[in-house]
Write a protein that binds this ligand. Structure first.
Ligand SMILES: [Mn+2]
Length: 300
């Protein structure tokens, strides 16, 4: 419940002393960008839905046994309005993110469609090279172009592939052409069906894919991009392009926690929330996940 003097429309509705631009180590940047979605539209409403849901997220993190925001604070920036064409928009996002990344704080972008990640990674990488992109997603996003656009949300990882190593997690939808490209480049992909198979193994084996995914990251710096459709639609139905067979909640949290333990995560995004009127659980999941990521960043 919002208390007096709290910051309306800001992530978590924190007491103002924990949300100032000056002292906060984590900056939340809402990016209501949507130009190339192809199935269900609505990701431009994602950031506002995450911020609204975040006002109901518990400040205490039961896994970290801590109220991580107290370590410095989390400041919510005004939403970034981007240009008219995907090209202009992604360049605007790169420029803004580059300026923010130069401050050396942890940037957490809320989407918006996945296309924004191309600008965000480039902007962050200008100040924290070299970095690896860890992508949680149902889709490989390795198409050279989709529906006539090379900057489609279906092309994100292809646009980044020449400049950044990647680890892709939860993948379960890709074309023959994308599979061929992945094989040709020897890309590191952890498929949904292999992760599901690991659930059936003994305890020690169950998390092996997480260790393998993180061990294969050759750089210290990491940009984490979470396309929410990487989660299973049973817990995350509010996405534009749902695919069965995705990650479950604690699997994703274990991946995120282990990633922060073993590498320096310099920025992250949570993208592709496509709110469904009357169904708040996915909005809350996205807000809770955002705070879990921020919590690790604040403790790093
Ligand atoms: Mn996707």
């Amino acid at each position: 419940m919002p208390l007096e003097n709290h910051t309306a429309n800001a992530f978590l509705d924190l007491p103002p002393e924990f949300a100032t631009r000056e002292r906060s180590r984590v900056l939340v940047l809402p990016v209501p960008y949507e130009k190339t979605t192809c199935y269900v539209r609505g990701t431009e409403g994602g950031p506002a839905a995450i911020l609204a849901a975040s006002h109901h997220v518990e400040y205490y993190d039961e896994i970290l046994r801590d109220e991580p925001f107290r370590r410095s604070g989390i400041h919510t920036l005004p939403p970034l309005e981007s240009g008219d064409s995907p090209k202009e928009a992604i360049e605007a996002i790169r420029k803004e993110v580059s300026g923010l990344a130069s401050e050396g704080r942890f940037l957490l972008l809320l989407g918006g469609e996945h296309g924004l990640t191309v600008g965000a990674v480039r902007g962050v990488a200008e100040h924290a090279p070299p970095l690896t992109v860890v992508q949680v997603d149902a889709h490989a996003d390795l198409r050279d172009e989709y529906e006539g656009s090379p900057l489609s949300h279906a092309c994100v990882m292809r646009r980044l592939a020449d400049d950044f190593p990647s680890v892709q997690v939860g993948i379960r939808s890709l074309s023959k052409g994308e599979a061929d490209f992945a094989a040709e480049r020897n890309l590191d992909i952890h498929y949904g069906h292999d992760i599901a198979a690991a659930r059936l193994r003994d305890d020690g084996e169950r998390r092996r894919w997480i260790d393998e995914a993180i061990d294969s990251i050759a750089t210290e710096h990491v940009y984490l991009t979470v396309d929410l459709d990487g989660l299973d639609p049973s817990i995350m139905p509010a996405v534009g392009t749902p695919v069965p067979g995705g990650l479950l909640w604690f699997e994703l949290l274990t991946l995120v926690r282990t990633l922060f333990e073993r590498r320096t995560v310099v920025a992250a995004d949570v993208v592709e929330l496509c709110p469904v009127p009357g169904i708040v659980a996915p909005d809350f999941l996205a807000a809770d996940l955002t705070y879990k990521i921020a919590g690790h960043a604040l403790r790093a």
